[in-house]
Design a protein around this ligand. Structure first.
Ligand code: NAP
Ligand code: ZN
Length: 368
């Protein structure tokens, strides 16, 4: 077996970690563009203040681009790129969930390169600006992944731009920033992280390093999913565990990429407006059933063991409580979702590559 692993840059983790390490921004540049979501949470939770204070201490200037919507569109990313150029930014700081972090990765490219959508997607660019990522949800792991997932409305698709140049130089994880997350976003994003660990562990391109991260993430996140069903109160220790689980799952998925729940789940997000993590969760029981039926690999059952579920039924019940009912979809919509997903090369990274009928069967099971 041969494999290659590329681990990300600096990772700072802990409460008030920015105040304790203001020098973490040193050497990245003199003018930052801070990229946040359009809902204002980065400001409300204090992350923006913590960062601008640290920048001030280091004599670094900044401008703020606070226009990123959920499932960021290419148009927003282009606006951000223009803003970065106009402000003379020489590095980018993203504060938020996966949406601002992913947008910031593409902005870091477009700030330096005036390229078409096709060139961006084909990775036809040189360097990107250095990026600092500050997650405020515990789910995507985007702070340590090489992927930027952008929505291209005219293509009716969420597409990944995946290049190691997009890996954040610095990831700053303060669990305190996630305390304000409402229960439903906490659940959706925790399910996303769990899905990264699961899909990574069941990938044919898993490496010993990605497996190590995935196993630990499963171990942390399985019990956390159960706790979320038991109570709507989420204590600080649980916030820390969720953020750590999300980080480790992100490190796993950065090497292996996503497979069936994500690729089919994108259709739920695009056509049914279902949040990303929840979309994965709605498909996960059908995905696990497919793997249990079609693969003899012990790793399939290990997913349940490592995450402390006694069987698939228990996981299914937990996910049902976290994700709620599936969307109502017409027959024509089901066909369309399968059509849009079939042929994606990343499907082949699952232990068993699904064909069109397998995808249709998984979708039917998920929508029961
Ligand atoms: P999100 O779209 O970034 O944020 C969801 C909502 O949560 C927004 O309304 C946001 O408000 C709010 N929010 C964020 N932090 C908050 C906080 N601490 N307190 C209160 N509200 C807060 O959601 P996400 O699930 O983190 O990211 C989903 C995106 O990430 C999808 O586009 C998905 O495809 C992508 N993704 C990327 C990767 C990768 O490796 N690159 C992996 C998985 C998923 P604001 O508008 O104020 O920010
Ligand atoms: Zn995801």
């Amino acid at each position: 077996m041969t494999w290659h692993s590329f681990l990300p840059g600096h990772i700072y983790f802990g409460n008030k970690v920015i105040q304790q390490n203001p020098e973490m921004f040193r050497g990245l540049g003199r003018q930052a563009l801070i990229v946040t979501g359009q809902g204002g949470s980065a400001r409300r939770i204090g992350a923006l203040d913590d960062i601008t204070q640290a920048l001030q201490q280091q004599d670094i200037q900044w401008e703020i681009f606070d226009q990123v919507e959920a499932n960021p569109s290419i148009a927003t990313v282009r606006d951000g790129g223009q803003r970065a150029r106009q402000s003379g930014a020489d590095f980018i700081i993203a504060i938020g969930g996966g949406s601002p972090m992913d947008a910031a990765k593409a902005i870091a490219v477009l700030a330096l390169h005036d390229i078409s959508d096709d060139q961006l997607l084909a990775l036809q660019f040189g360097e990107a600006l250095p990026l600092v990522a500050v997650p405020t949800t515990a789910g995507t792991g985007s702070e340590v992944t090489a992927a930027s997932i952008i929505t291209f409305p005219e293509r009716e698709a969420k597409l990944g731009i995946r290049d190691n140049k997009l890996l954040p130089r610095v990831a700053i994880l303060d669990p305190g920033y996630t305390v304000s997350l409402p229960w439903q976003i906490t659940a959706d994003t925790a399910v996303d992280a769990y899905s990264h660990a699961m899909e990574s562990y069941l990938s044919v391109i898993a490496t010993p390093i990605s497996d190590m991260h995935a196993r630990t993430a499963l171990d942390i996140l399985g019990p956390q999913l159960k706790r979320l069903t038991a109570s709507r109160e989420i204590g600080m220790a649980d916030r820390e565990a969720l953020l750590l689980g999300s980080l480790l799952a992100g490190m796993a998925i950065s090497e292996t990429r996503v497979t069936i729940p994500h690729l089919l789940g994108y259709t739920f997000t695009i056509y049914k407006d279902i949040p990303h993590g929840r979309a994965n969760g709605l498909l996960m029981p059908a995905f696990m059933t497919f793997n249990l039926e079609k693969s003899q690999d012990p790793k399939v059952k290990q997913v349940l063991e490592y995450s402390h579920f006694k069987d698939l039924q228990e996981l299914t019940e937990v996910l049902a409580q976290l994700c709620g009912p599936p969307p109502v979809c017409s027959e024509a919509e089901r066909q369309h979702f399968v059509d849009r997903t079939t042929g994606n090369p990343s499907l082949a990274n699952n232990l068993v590559a699904p064909d069109r009928e397998d995808l249709a069967a998984m979708l039917a099971r998920a929508l029961q």
